[in-house]
Design a binder for this molecule. Structure first.
Ligand SMILES: Nc1nc2c(c(=O)[nH]1)N[C@H]1C(S)=C(S)[C@@H](COP(=O)(O)O)O[C@H]1N2
Ligand SMILES: [Mo]
Length: 245
């Protein structure tokens, strides 16, 4: 399904981050369709195709920084100081094997690189070269149970009101071959501003789905009881959950 984005740039400027997508939210027929699909475990909608991959010379060397500032916590400062040696990615919830993975363990898993375009709803895009671990490989290790339907990404940053950033994907999006837990951007370890040490990269969805500073993957049957109940920080403020491009 191809949709157009209508960006209220004045609201974007006022918020300093992503603006609500006014026109899209008024498209009630689309939302009806999404809701219908939701109850059927999304058999109708899904990014089965691959996002376009670009060439090395297309890469934007100065990849823009956007969204909330890097985590201000003393724990994150410690992570930056020790080169993320004490960082652990927690994987838990509806899985057979809960686990914690160090950055070194993630680096030892098979790595893939993609040169893809990041599209922010504010109306800018940037092409980056991302390297990391396929999320499906991590899911294979954790072995989601039969009741698992979504992966929730808990992030380390909080907004001015103390609300934590988070995102979610259904298992199919999570297992998409281009969905990465990226460790590197443009041939270097991801820097703190772009989400170090682990940043979700979902080139088939809008930019806000690509969660930075991921600390925990929680596998769930439903995200209705988490945070605002809509499956993501921006979704809780009215943005669309699926956000396919
Ligand atoms: N944890 C976290 N992830 C986030 C955000 C954020 O504020 N916090 N902003 C999102 C939005 S709206 C965009 S456009 C991109 C920006 O990523 P960049 O700073 O690498 O360009 O991160 C996304 N992931
Ligand atoms: Mo964004």
């Amino acid at each position: 399904m191809k949709r157009r984005l209508f960006v209220a740039s004045s609201i974007a400027a006022a918020l300093g981050a992503c603006a609500p997508i006014g026109t899209k939210l008024n498209d009630s027929s689309f939302h009806e369709l999404l809701r219908g699909a939701e109850s059927l475990n999304y058999p109708l909608i899904g990014t089965h195709g691959l996002a376009r991959e670009y060439r090395e010379q297309d890469v934007d060397r100065d990849f823009r920084v956007n969204g909330l500032p890097a985590p201000q916590s003393s724990q994150y400062e410690r992570f930056v100081r020790d080169g993320f040696a004490s960082y652990r990615l927690r994987v838990d919830g509806a899985v057979q094997r809960r686990m914690t993975l160090s950055l070194a363990q993630l680096q030892r898993m098979p790595q893939t690189t993609q040169i893809t375009r990041h599209d922010c709803v504010e109306g800018w895009s940037a092409i980056g070269s991302w390297t990391g671990v396929r999320l499906s490989d991590v899911l294979d290790l954790a072995q989601p149970r039969d009741d698992a339907r979504f992966v929730v990404f808990h992030c380390m940053d909080v907004d001015d009101g103390g609300t934590q950033y988070y995102e979610s994907l259904d298992i199919r999006q999570a297992r998409h071959p281009q969905t990465l837990l990226s460790l590197r951007l443009n041939d270097r370890a991801i820097d703190p501003d772009h989400g170090a040490p682990v940043r979700l990269r979902v080139p088939t969805q809008l930019g806000y789905k690509s969660a930075k500073w991921v600390a925990r993957l929680e596998i769930v049957g439903s995200f209705a009881t988490l945070f605002g109940g809509h499956g993501g920080y921006w979704e809780d403020q009215g943005y669309e959950w699926y956000a396919g491009i």
